[in-house]
Design a binder for this molecule. Sequence first.
Ligand code: ATP
Ligand code: ZN
Length: 286
Amino acid sequence: MSETLKIAVQKSGRLYEGSMKLLKECGIEVSNGNNQLRVKAANFPVEIFFLRDDDIPEYVQDAVADIGFVGENVVREKNKQVDPLEKLGFGKCRLSLAIPKNGTLKSVADLDGKKIATSYPVILRDYLREKNINASIHEISGSVEIAPRIGLADAICDLVSSGSTLFTNELMELEVLLQSESVLISNKKLTAEKKIILESLLFRIRSVKKARNNKYVLLNAPNDKLEKICSLLPGMRSPTILPLAESGWSSVHSVISEGDFWDIIEQLKANGAQGILIIPIEKMIL
Ligand code: ATP
Ligand code: ZN
């Protein structure tokens, strides 16, 4: 009997959409299984398990699932025996210490002898030990941000993305303990057959990630500017140049990365490029 790779994803919450979108872009079709515990893909040998994110590292360690999509914050906190194999590019956030905006605490050193509320006691304990700060940790599972206002703690250690929750609760970020995004974690003892499925999935994930980070660019340029324009556009190998019907002009095609995007576009314009079109890339196989 041929095997299927069991993938654990968050049942509902901040990672659900990103996980399902990634699987879809990898060509893996699952009927919307939000209310089901597990669902098999129609066209790829995987089965999706919908779980609470906190449980995913343990389920992957214990081979209830073979791999999982989960935040690095949870992987660090749970400290299970799993292999983190690939960053997935969604669910970005940071775990930070925060203090009341107008309080007496001003620095990390001021936390000595104080009480900190968090859902991340393991990461926080390691950090405090490293900094030689003797604070007491009050573990709570949700709504950590209200702890200082209700007198439960002097400071908090919680996940932040935009910072708006801190702002609404009159808190100020003091120090970042961990930068996090979703990662693919794997059980350490996959069968050879499951490893083959995982390799094929990783290949697809990497192609999707590369495509997301790159754009296809088309532009028109006068032939005397081609050399300079091509030097700005290295592309995958080198740019493609096609002559336009109008003599003395060419169409240049290439790929540029998201990070360099605005910088390169401005330089292209400054060097005589016209009619610049930017097109999203669906998949990118190198
Ligand atoms: P579950 O019911 O599955 O336990 P949860 O309430 O613990 O859900 P969510 O709030 O959905 O979890 O967050 C899941 C993950 O999303 C976090 O562990 C983290 O990796 C990521 N994340 C990204 N941005 C944020 C943020 N601003 N606040 C909290 N988590 C974030
Ligand atoms: Zn959770």
